[in-house]
Design a protein around this ligand. Structure first.
Ligand code: ACO
Length: 323
């Protein structure tokens, strides 16, 4: 018994933040951002829109386009690093908004690897035989934790959500073996220092802007390239696949230079590596499902996909799946 993706949905806000617009508020330029990251623009949600709204919109898109019966959904896994609230769970809010009255909902935070982690959990739930239909959504309103006065981070991120329906199948298609990795020694290199139990929001945190995302960009960059390359090789080996047998790579979209370096390390031609970072930036938990959504017409039955991610934690991983 396998778990297979049978439907995909996506949503990005209509409001576009271009590099030129950012360069009007911090010392940067369109040329620098495109050259160093590959990003041209990103979508930004308005003040009234929370992560749950992005997630619910992606689920609505999936349900409508694929004619899914919401009553059959048994579980909703919400991968997000920007929950609506610290408490209650965003998944509860999304279940309510999406009319998933027969599903239980749970949040999962593994930053940019959150969707892949949730996919692995969902696949295991299905392969155990205890569940047959669930939705996994990756959703982030990164603009809610980005400091638009910090040029090191504000150029990178955008808002969005992507969702997949995971179902049981008796066929050969579906998710193969996955490798997930965690290295907590990387926590301080990429984090929102304040706002949690370690350092609750205070006048001090507001003053020092530590309720916003901070990162050591160059260090994260090096770790991302090395980790995604290695874990992808390991996932291919674990599934008995050669890189020539991969039809499409779906990498986490953090920086085009990271994506290109990972493709090169795997010896996979750039034409097989899916990229939409130029339009959406890094949407954290949403980049992988947004790529699946964006490029779904290209995936043909029986083709092999490789998904690989890297994010805060550090958290990273890779999986293969037969479409
Ligand atoms: N515009 C112009 N100059 C800039 C900008 C900017 N937006 N940002 C940084 N610089 C400057 C720096 O100040 C530095 O100047 P200096 O040499 O005078 O000190 C110079 O550019 C080079 O800085 P680097 O940090 O070395 O630049 P780099 O080429 O590494 O690019 C970047 C920076 C884009 C942040 C890159 O390191 C990166 O993408 N890192 C990965 C980040 C990432 O993936 N983070 C998210 C992970 S996913 C998650 O879980 C949320």
């Amino acid at each position: 018994m396998n778990a297979v993706i049978t439907a995909i949905g996506g949503f990005v806000p209509s409001s576009i933040l271009t590099n030129k617009m950012i360069s009007e508020t911090v010392d940067t330029s369109d040329e620098w951002i495109v050259k160093r990251t590959g990003i041209k623009e990103r979508r930004i949600a308005d003040d009234d829109t929370a992560t749950s709204d992005l997630a619910a919109a992606a689920i609505e898109n999936l349900i409508e386009n694929y004619n899914v019966d919401r009553d059959e959904i048994e579980a909703l896994l919400v991968a997000t690093a920007t929950p609506d609230h610290i408490l209650a769970p965003t998944a509860s809010i999304v279940c309510e908004k999406s009319g998933l009255t027969n599903a239980f909902g749970i949040d999962m935070n593994a930053a940019c690897s959150g969707f892949l982690y949730a996919l692995e959990m969902g696949a295991n739930m299905i392969e155990s035989g205890r569940y047959s239909k669930l939705i996994i959504v990756g959703a982030d309103k990164m603009s809610s934790i980005v400091d638009y006065e910090d040029r090191n981070t504000c150029i990178l991120f955008g808002d969005g959500a992507g969702a997949v329906l995971l179902e049981r199948t008796e066929s050969e298609n579906g998710l193969m073996k996955t490798i997930l990795k965690t290295d907590g020694s990387g926590t301080s290199s990429l984090a929102v220092p304040a706002g949690g139990s370690r350092n609750p929001t205070s006048m001090q945190s507001l003053l020092h802007r530590t309720h916003y995302l901070k990162q050591d960009g160059a260090f994260v960059f090096k770790r991302a390239v090395a980790s995604m390359g290695q874990v992808s090789q390991d996932a291919l080996a674990k599934n008995g696949l050669q890189s020539e047998e991969i039809d499409w790579v779906i990498p986490h979209q953090a920086n085009l230079r990271i994506i290109n370096a990972v493709g090169e390390s795997l010896n996979i031609d750039a034409s097989k590596v899916k990229v939409n970072i130029e339009r959406y930036g890094n949407t954290t938990s949403a980049t992988v499902p947004l790529c699946l959504w964006d490029f779904q017409e290209d995936f043909k039955e029986g083709q092999n996909l490789l998904i690989t991610t890297f994010g805060a934690g550090f958290s990273w991983g890779a999986t293969c799946l037969k479409w």
